[in-house]
Design a protein around this ligand. Structure first.
Ligand SMILES: NC(=O)c1ccc[n+]([C@@H]2O[C@H](COP(=O)([O-])OP(=O)(O)OC[C@H]3O[C@@H](n4cnc5c(N)ncnc54)[C@H](O)[C@@H]3O)[C@@H](O)[C@H]2O)c1
Length: 404
């Protein structure tokens, strides 16, 4: 990079690396909405094109009008060229951090991704890690940045929004900010202070664990509810009836979730990151994984007890990992479908939001041709379903209990 480029004033307030993703794009849009000039850098050219056309690449309630407004105002522009990283004062990294097929996290993923961008790093920048990272990655990145010799600050500020609530939660959740230096903390606090009033200071190692503990805590709570459901169901009892009863005017149990598929791109993999971090010595985390991932198998086994499943057509309602979403990443509906493909006669699938699955059929056809239905994803659109077919409803979506 030439000196001319490195000494030029910053053209953007913020660049978001991985800014076309489910977390990066809402953040970029929110910052633009709050007056920042924002660049998105993403390796996915199709996503970059869509963003520049003012179109959301995925569903996120409330994001589309703000994206259109930012494009019209010229405050948000997307790029596939990493050179844009050198043009922003604040560099926020939100690339994906999945575990591999052996459930190993990759602590080198973020440093490796930064390899493409680091030639454009320069004095005066704040580098914010926002992906959910394996503990120790912030220190690795600090080392990498230190070796480059620039006068930069590094911060780790984890994203804690839930998909489909991003445009509310980015402006309302407290923001955890961590950095090794006072200046880094002050700069990161100022950046996120554009979005939210409450800043929570932690040390980088504390913040890394805070994020993993948050997601794993949720995952364990869902697993507990799912295990309670199976325990009650095995005795012919309706877990939902029990849950409603025990919660009635009893505040200490108010947070007990209902049963349901605990899936998606975060909870499972973050529990597994934490397990790997603790040398696979994480009995509760692994137990939660076995319970949550085992729920589709349990449901199919229960259905087999009740129906001649091998000679029946089963319809799966919903393939996204959560209600009203189009996101199929790590969705347990797909695990359910694989199990049923082996053990049922025919399996039909439908989803009103998912656009990436050639096997999907219209809802009417699935309702008409199935002998039994499984409500796998609680999409609001299914509230109006009228059918005389039996429905396996672990979510108690239809309010008729969860006995299978
Ligand atoms: N999805 C959630 O609800 C959620 C919530 C909180 C935190 N997180 C964390 O945020 C991070 C991102 O998750 P996501 O769901 O947005 O993932 P995503 O896959 O939707 O987005 C990642 C984006 O990064 C881009 N990308 C990948 N490698 C790149 C590179 N080298 N350079 C530039 N761009 C690159 C991809 O093209 C994609 O657009 C993860 O660490 C995740 O754990 C996710």
């Amino acid at each position: 990079m030439s000196d001319a480029v490195s000494s030029a004033p910053f053209e953007y307030d913020v660049v978001v690396i991985g800014g076309g993703g489910h977390v990066g794009l809402p953040l970029a849009i929110a910052l633009a909405d709050r007056g920042a000039t924002v660049a998105v850098y993403d390796v996915n050219a199709a996503t970059v094109d869509m963003v520049n056309e003012g179109r959301m690449p995925f569903a996120e309630p409330g994001a589309a009008p703000k994206l259109e407004a930012a494009r019209a105002a010229g405050t948000l522009t997307a790029f596939t060229d990493p050179a844009v990283v050198g043009k922003a004062e604040n560099v926020v990294v939100v690339i994906g951090t999945p575990v591999d097929e052996h459930l190993n996290p990759d602590p080198r993923a973020i440093p490796a991704a930064l390899g493409t961008c680091s030639p454009y790093f320069r004095d005066g920048q704040l580098l914010v890690l926002r992906s959910t990272v394996y503990p120790g990655v912030t220190a690795l990145v600090e080392k990498l940045v230190g070796e480059l010799g620039h006068d930069m600050d590094v911060a780790f500020c984890p994203e804690r929004i839930a998909e489909h609530k991003a445009m509310e939660e980015l402006f309302s959740l407290p923001q955890i900010v961590s950095s090794r230096t006072e200046r880094g903390r002050a700069r990161a606090s100022a950046l996120f202070g554009r979005l939210t009033e409450q800043i929570v200071d932690l040390e980088p190692e504390e913040a890394e664990l805070a994020k993993l503990f948050t997601n794993t805590w949720r995952y364990i709570k869902f697993a507990t509810a799912n295990q309670f459901f199976m325990m009650a169901n095995d005795r012919g009892l309706d877990f939902e009836q029990i849950r409603q009863g025990l919660m009635t005017n009893y505040p200490r149990a108010k947070d007990m979730p209902g049963a349901g598929f605990a899936a998606g791109p975060c909870l499972f993999k973050d529990a597994m990151q934490l397990a790997a971090f603790n040398d696979n010595n994480f009995a509760i985390g692994h137990a939660a994984m076995l319970v949550n991932e085992g729920l589709p198998l349990y449901l199919v086994t229960q259905m087999e007890k009740r129906y001649d499943l091998a000679n029946m057509t089963v319809g799966i309602l919903g393939m996204a990992f959560k209600g009203d979403s189009d996101d199929v990443r790590s969705s347990l509906s797909y695990k359910l479908r694989r199990v049923l493909d082996f053990r049922a006669g025919t399996v039909l699938t439908t989803d009103p939001h998912v656009t990436t699955d050639a096997r999907l059929m219209p809802l009417d056809k699935v309702l008409a041709e199935s002998d039994v239905l499984v409500l796998a994803t609680p999409h609001t659109a299914y509230k109006d379903i009228v059918t005389d077919k039996p429905v396996v409803d672990v979510w108690n979506f239809f309010g008729r209990g969860v006995t299978v």
